[in-house]
Design a protein around this ligand. Structure first.
Ligand SMILES: [Fe+2]
Length: 159
């Protein structure tokens, strides 16, 4: 009789490298985005400072938690997630930003641009996972829903 780990390894062996690549990229995207958002949280100067400062703090916490979800999913698939800062930066499709003092217009423009990119990456990965890996599919679908909601909230704020 096969052990549970043998069965799991066989199941995970069917996951193509491309999904693993996407899960790694998304881990790195959340890492870089979380730190960029932390910078926005610190350097915001705006008449609505208090509200947006708090909101960015919450977003930072949410994105930090997401790093862990994707990294741990990679471990469950017997893969090593990116873990060093240099790996995160080289793998992420999000660039580091060096923030000066910024206002709410800058924040909303920045978040919309990067969330659009993240949404595309999550959607591609989710379609891939839907065929082969139910747990990753569930994680990706949940995160896709969250990003779609954030984009809607920020678009409603700008327009
Ligand atoms: Fe804070």
């Amino acid at each position: 009789m096969k052990s549970l780990s043998q069965t799991m390894n066989e199941a995970f062996a069917q996951v193509p490298d491309t999904l693993i690549d996407y899960l790694s990229i998304i881990t790195a995207d959340y890492f870089v985005l979380a730190q960029n958002i932390r910078g926005l949280h610190w350097n915001l100067v705006d008449k609505n400072f208090h509200e947006l400062h708090e909101e960015l703090g919450d977003l930072y916490e949410q994105f930090s938690a997401s790093i862990d979800v994707f990294a741990e999913r990679l471990r469950q698939l017997s893969e090593l997630p990116p873990s060093t800062v240099s790996e995160m930066l080289s793998m992420s499709e999000i660039n580091e930003i060096i923030t000066d003092e910024i206002d709410s217009d800058y924040v909303y423009d920045y978040l919309l641009t990067e969330f659009d990119k993240l949404q595309d990456t999550l959607r591609t990965a989710q379609k891939m996972a839907a065929e082969i890996d139910e747990s990753s599919n569930n994680i990706l679908s949940e995160h896709l829903k969250m990003i779609e909601k954030q984009i809607w909230l920020y678009k409603s704020n700008v327009e």
